[in-house]
Design a protein around this ligand. Structure first.
Ligand SMILES: Nc1ncnc2c1ncn2[C@@H]1O[C@H](COP(=O)(O)O)[C@@H](O)[C@H]1OP(=O)(O)O
Ligand SMILES: [Mg+2]
Length: 383
């Protein structure tokens, strides 16, 4: 992968600077961590997270490929996504435990309860084979896991998180609906330290390396890995190469020129409300609908300028659906709940908010918050 064409397509990119052992983090636009902190370096953790997420992405790609090649009847079968979901979690959990055996806590979406039920053995065998094949493809680990090892690795994700200590946060496949459709999905991995997101990695196996909606892109290669560490900027590299580029959220100041992302699934986000908000902002472009945290990745490199996630009443947001995405957009971006409050990752598995989540650059955020407030008021009491 040549870094030069990426430089042309994403003008804000620069070469990856050498890591520093200790960082002074300047006042930050990110709501994921405190404004001024003398930050630890998390370089070792970031390297391990990138490796774990890349291996999991390869596992998921393999499963999605065979799913898309299968016949119509097996396309109605949800088991491929189940297998990939558990396989991804087992793999990430195993790799992180190998790298950090002394201190390990993982908050993850899945557990092995259903896999331990009668009749699940065939599924468990498929998952175990996939995990072992993936590990064999990487020279670092010369092990063969038993089915019990795989179930234990999955169950290591039972931590509750919180405001003390360090916790890894994982969504093994975010966007299961997109995965089944042959569309976008992400493997999202982040690290919390004392309740703050300090690093995040987003593997997006189907996201083009060039900006989406770019008709003149030099090629249509897909597979991006986004990553960020507190105080260290945001970066993107192809999933199959290490040529890293620095990325930046769009600095657009005129909302009329902005385009916005939202969920592909209308059941996950109120498209009528986002449309009203976009109208108030004067946004001209139609919404760009994509599954999963891939939206955060695309936003982090300036493909669009706004992301609105406005779930229907009663939905509780989970930390693994936003932790990695939240830090990946910090280079120029701000993440808030729809009332304008920063997100709090220190309360356990859930983000305590009921208004939705909005993401944009610092200039547009106050205008977006105002448009959201007015739209919510309008929706609550129509004229
Ligand atoms: N009813 C719902 N409302 C909002 N989000 C949902 C709902 N059901 C599932 N999700 C989550 O939305 C995320 C995908 O968001 P998007 O639609 O923007 O791609 C997934 O993490 C998915 O959870 P899960 O990971 O458990 O499937
Ligand atoms: Mg999810």
């Amino acid at each position: 992968m040549s870094i030069n064409w990426l430089r042309v397509v994403f003008p804000s990119i620069i070469k990856l600077p050498p890591p520093l052992p200790l960082r002074y983090s300047s006042p930050s636009s990110c709501s994921c961590f405190s404004s001024v902190v003398v930050a630890m370096s998390y370089d070792k953790e970031l390297t391990a997270a990138k490796k774990a997420a890349s291996l999991a992405a390869r596992l998921c790609q393999k499963v999605q490929k065979s799913l898309l090649q299968s016949d119509v009847q097996s396309k109605n079968d949800r088991s491929p996504v189940t297998v990939a979901d558990y396989g991804s979690q087992a793999l990430v959990s195993f790799v992180l435990q190998q790298e950090f055996p002394a201190e390990f806590s993982l908050v993850a979406e899945e557990d092995s309860k259903d896999l331990r039920k009668d009749g699940a053995q065939e599924l468990v065998d498929r998952i175990t084979k996939l995990v072992n094949d993936s590990l064999a493809s990487d020279e670092s680990y010369s092990v063969t896991l038993s089915t019990e090892d795989v179930l234990k690795a999955i169950d290591s994700g039972k931590s509750e998180g919180g405001s003390q200590g360090r916790h890894w946060v994982l969504d093994p496949i975010d966007g299961t609906k997109g995965f089944l459709r042959g569309g976008q999905y992400a493997i999202a991995l982040a690290l919390l330290d004392r309740g703050k997101v300090v690093l995040g990695v987003l593997a997006c196996p189907n996201l083009p390396l060039t900006p989406i909606n770019d008709q003149h892109s030099p090629n249509n290669e897909v597979g991006c890995l986004f990553f960020a560490e507190v105080g260290g900027g945001s970066y993107m590299q192809p999933l199959d190469s290490s040529s890293t580029v620095k990325v930046q959220v769009s600095g657009i100041e005129n909302p009329e020129e902005a385009s916005f992302f939202e969920s592909y699934e209308a059941a996950h986000s109120m498209h009528d409300l986002s449309s009203l908000i976009a109208q108030k902002l004067g946004v001209k472009a139609p919404p760009v609908r994509i599954d999963s945290q891939v939206k955060y990745g695309a936003l982090s490199r300036g493909d669009g300028a706004i992301y609105m996630r406005l779930p229907h009443k009663g939905y509780r947001e989970k930390i693994w659906d936003h932790a990695a995405g939240c830090i990946v957009v910090t280079a120029g971006g701000v993440v808030m709940d729809a009332a304008g409050n920063p997100l709090d990752f220190s309360k356990g598995k859930f983000l305590d908010l009921d208004t939705g989540i909005i993401v944009t650059n610092q200039k547009l955020m106050p205008i977006l918050i105002k448009a959201v407030r007015e739209s919510l008021e309008e929706k609550a009491s129509p004229l």
